[in-house]
Design a binder for this molecule. Sequence first.
Ligand SMILES: [Zn+2]
Length: 76
Amino acid sequence: MLHVNFYIAICAYIGSILLALIGIWIWIEFNAHGGYLTGLGASQKKWRCDYCGYVYLGSRDEDVAQCPRCQSYNEV
Ligand SMILES: [Zn+2]
């Protein structure tokens, strides 16, 4: 009886860890692919620097964004 409870407890422990990992994985995937639709990504846009070619995230609302690598200003 004690043996069965021990294995049930181990299985529940491992299962809960796996569920947490799967939940974190789904959350990361959702944010990576749906970032433009929800949350902080709503006002962000992918910019490509005209001078050094660096790709970075900047504001979607503004017409000018500063490159974080070479500090140049890029227009839409
Ligand atoms: Zn640049």
